[in-house]
Each structure stands twice: as structure tokens, then as C-alpha cells.
Design a protein around this ligand. Sequence first.
Ligand SMILES: *Cc1c(COP(=O)(O)O)cnc(C)c1O
Length: 397
Amino acid sequence: MRESALYETFARQPLAFEKGEGCWLETIDGERYLDFAAGIAVNSLGHAHPHLVAALTEQAGKLWHVSNLYDIPNQRTLGERLVAHTFADKVFFTNSGAEALECAIKTARRYHYVNGQPERYHVITFEGAFHGRTLATIAAGGQAKYLEGFGPKVEGFDQVPFDDIEALQKAIGPQTAAILVEPLQGEGGVRRLPNASLRRLREICDKNGLLLMFDEVQTGVGRTGKLFAHEWAEVTPDIMAVAKGIGGGFPLGACLATDEAAKGMKPGSHGTTFGGNPLAMAVGNAVLDVVLEEGFLDAVVQKGLLLKQSLAAIADEFPDVIETVRGEGLLIGIKCKVPNALLQQAMADQKLLVVPAGDNVLRLLPALTITDEEIREGVRRMHDAAAAVHAAQKANA
Ligand SMILES: *Cc1c(COP(=O)(O)O)cnc(C)c1O
């Protein structure tokens, strides 16, 4: 790629897309790619979904932005709809996942502050976590590669090994405010916390007066076949961060909380210029129109099963390339035997887009609207990619 005026922060592939439709993307040279990346779980309803395009263009002709100094009716509506379908009583809208997490962390700290325990501001997280790239969220994520060179790590984040409940209990002290986990780690390598562990976390929080916070930025809004992934475990958090899929491609995030957890957040204690603006709210409401349609989430479960079963067959055929297949709904991880970049490149050669993750995993997170035929087409391409990698391995051996 030619030199560019942009920060060098992304290792970009030499691909530029001009338009998209559903699960398909077309480059400026007219080449078609099957998109199993979906903007990393952002394009939840695919590209150019007619209902979303209509909602955005209609709003664009009326009003783009007003400040949160005024009542924003479609913000009120989206907030009420999220409350009606979740554990939450209150919602704060943001533009991104990291901002939703910032709001969640601030909400938890303020809760203890107004309870007269300002010393309780520590948050416990699990290794492999990813919560965003702001100064607080890199501290929460605790990954050395994201913290390096950015000055002192923001104080108040303690990390324990993934799903190590005993270590977590030992880490709880008089300063602990909350536990923050992803029910299923996305960036960390599609690693699911067992339902029993999620339930244990709820008990531990209740026993110790801690708030339970879920990061559902990647897993939320239907991705796992439930509206939110924690519903599989039948536990509810006190606070939850949402983003990615809820905007269907429009920048939108939200922090949800119970009345009790949000009781410290008063006029002036938090704010945002763009969060909850009319354009984002029009799209967020349109996304919910579709995801909440009867049968939509059941279809996600069925499609996820089809994808996972087909992949398991490929893994059986090429055990030297694929170790296992894991995940939930349409958030699937292929744990690779070969370096994941190798298999990703072989898939790109088949014009199939996927996303790498930690633990040598490739992530598949196609639009929730993907058809069975498109899944089968993707599986054919994955099969051919795995076969090509297998052949290359044999030739090298
Ligand atoms: C993507 C992601 C974030 C950060 O979201 P941004 O919109 O990039 O700030 C936080 N948590 C999880 C689980 C994510 O997948």
C-alpha cells in the first residue's frame, strides 16, 4: 500500500471496499468478498439493510443533531425499549464500546462513593479481557501490549486468571467495587465463561456487596442467539456495556444499569456531546425492530448450529490445520493448529473475510441475517482454504 497520511496504528490489508449488500462486499475493482467479519460484529444486519438505510435517510432529512441539553424523543424510545427487554432500568448512550465501558466503570465507582465508601473503586477482571483502548479500558483489559508506553496504568484494576473463581475471591478486598467480565471473550479468542461461573460471580457479588458488570459490546444484540449472551446463564448483571451490533454500522454504544447501581449518576456527573444523537437513535431503533422480530433469534441459533457443525467436519478432515471449533450462535472461533494468519490468508485467497483473535483463533461473526446458502458457500471456501494450507504443510514437511 502507498504511504499514507494516517496513523500507522492498523496493520491494514490491501483491500478497499466500495459497497456492500447483506453478507457481500465489493472492492473498488469489482471483486466480491463473502463477509464473515461484519466489521467485527458491527454490521449485525449486514450491509445496506433496507430498513436501516430507510431509517437513517429519513432521519437525515429531518434532524441530525441536538445537544443532550434537550429531550431527544427517539433516544427516550430506544432507552425504554432496551429497558423493557433487559434487566436494566436506566440507559446512557455513547458512541463506542470503550465509552460504554467508561460509563460502566464510573457508574460502579460512584455507586460506592454515594454509599459512603469512596475507597471502593477497584474492579476485578479476567485475563484475556478486552474492554477498549482508552486509558481506563486498557487498564481494565490488562494486556501488556496495549499498556506499553502509555504512562502509569490507571489505578484500580486487578486481574486474575481466566475463569479462576478461587483467585478472584482472594483478590476481593475492602477496595473492591465490582467485577467486570465478558460472558464470552471475543478478542481473547472466543472463550466462553461457563454458565456455572457466571452464576458464581453473581453470588460472590451479592455476598460481598460488589456490582457485577458484563461487557456485551461484542456478544450483545443477538450475536449468540439471545438478545444478550448472559441470558444463556440466567443471571443478570447490575451494569452492562453494549455497542458494536446495536448500531448496525452506525457508531453507537450504551451503558445499561439497574436503578440501584445507577443511583450515583446525577445531573453533571457524566456527559457526552454526540452520544444518543438523533441519527444514531434512528438506526438503533431500526436494528431493534429487526432483531426483536418473532423468530429472529431462534434463526440465529439455527444458523450458528449449521455453521459450527459444518466447521467441525472440516476440522475432522484437516486436524493438522484446525484444532477445535467453539463459540455460540454466530460468534464462532476456529482454534488453529497452524498460525491463524496462515489460515486467514488462505481464506482471503478464497475471497472470504474473517477476523483473527487471541489464543491463535480465527473469528467468524457474519451478519445475523446470513442465509443458509451463504453459510454453505462460506463453508465451501473454508474447506478449500483448509485444504490449501494442508497441502502446503505437507509440501514443506
Ligand atoms: C470492541 C470491544 C470493545 C471496544 O469497543 P470500541 O467501540 O472499539 O471502543 C470493548 N469490549 C469488547 C468486548 C469489544 O469487543
